[in-house]
Write a protein that binds this ligand. Structure first.
Ligand code: NAP
Length: 291
């Protein structure tokens, strides 16, 4: 029997309508809508598409949202000035600076300039530290989206062998942290799993992956995970987003669907969940800032 679908599109729709209801409740209580400011520097087509999708999802859920478009020639000082204005704006609860930035701008300096209470991407070192210590202010969007996708489809992570392929600061590393942690009242998404992190220096990736009850592919290379690398019945989450000759695909080869118990498709898996968790974080930031 082919694997069941971890349908991120459907779950994202459900979770976005839950967020929309909570925004309506806040409005009834006289509170302003959560506000997200997105900053887009330059004209990279993929970044433009990501920001467009995030902006539309915010509008649909009732968030107040604005996109600040700056030319590719923007200096670091100009971008830092805009971030300072957004930090000081009470109607802005979340700030998203779309990465990558043009080469004349130091990404780290911009990430550190965003107020940590408005850092809805959870990239600021203060928020990364809180996450690593098990006291998260925000969860990073893609890792949180992966965990919600598993959990809300009935796949528990506690006690499971989980293999994460990829160790980037945006996906693999924070996801591994979240998966290994013990859940507490202030860290409810923690996974309680036994976690292995694989990367390009991992010896015998196939046998490492075959140990996994839950296998997460975040390598950024098509067909990194093939059927013989998957334990029969395992849940496979495909974070990869690769454009091959104009078509989107993940890191998981289609043959995996014949072996796994669950697979998340690309598109329609982790992507919509990432955006949903951004809305979730912006809602939480509004509660944090406005009460
Ligand atoms: P990244 O910074 O390029 O990191 C990729 C990681 O995968 C690295 O740690 C790398 O190992 C490892 N890797 C690459 N090829 C491998 C292989 N053949 N075997 C084992 N490990 C391998 O990428 P990223 O930012 O984490 O993103 C990963 C993918 O997820 C990309 O396709 C990206 O577009 C996608 N993504 C999707 C979403 C979403 O919302 N759906 C969000 C973020 C990212 P080394 O460290 O040894 O180089």
């Amino acid at each position: 029997m082919p694997a069941q679908r971890l349908d991120g599109k459907a779950l994202a729709a459900t979770m976005r309508s839950e967020i929309a209801s909570r925004i309506t409740e806040r409005a009834t209580a006289g509170k302003r809508p959560p506000g997200l400011a997105a900053v887009l520097v330059g004209e990279d087509p993929a970044s433009q598409q990501y920001v467009k999708n995030k902006h539309k999802a915010c509008q649909d859920a009732g968030l107040a949202t604005a996109v600040h478009r700056l030319p590719v020639t923007t200096s670091q000082a100009e971008l830092l000035e805009l971030v300072a204005q957004l930090n000081a704006d009470p109607a802005v609860h979340g700030i998203l600076v779309q990465l990558p930035l043009p080469k004349q701008i130091d990404e780290g300096a911009v990430i550190r300039a965003v107020s940590p209470v408005k850092d809805v991407d959870c990239f600021h070192p203060e928020n990364v530290g809180l996450l690593a210590a098990g006291h998260p202010r925000f969860y990073p969007c893609t890792p949180h989206g992966v965990l919600q996708l598993l959990r809300r489809n009935g796949t528990a992570t506690a006690g499971k062998e989980v293999v994460v392929v990829g160790r980037s600061n945006i996906v693999g590393k924070p996801l591994a942290l979240m998966l290994m942690q013990k859940p507490t009242a202030t860290n409810p998404a923690a996974g309680d799993a036994t976690v292995t992190v694989a990367h390009t220096r991992t010896r015998d990736l196939a046998s490492v992956c075959r140990r996994a009850d839950i296998l997460i592919a975040a390598a950024g290379a098509p067909a990194t995970i093939t059927a013989e690398m998957v334990k029969p019945g395992a849940a496979v989450v495909d974070v990869g987003t690769n454009n091959v000759e104009g078509r989107w695909c993940g890191d998981v080869h289609e043959g995996v669907w014949a072996v796994a118990g669950w697979v998340s498709p690309v598109p329609g898996g982790v992507g919509p969940m990432t955006i949903t968790m951004l809305l979730h974080n912006t809602f939480d930031a509004a509660k944090l800032i406005d009460g």
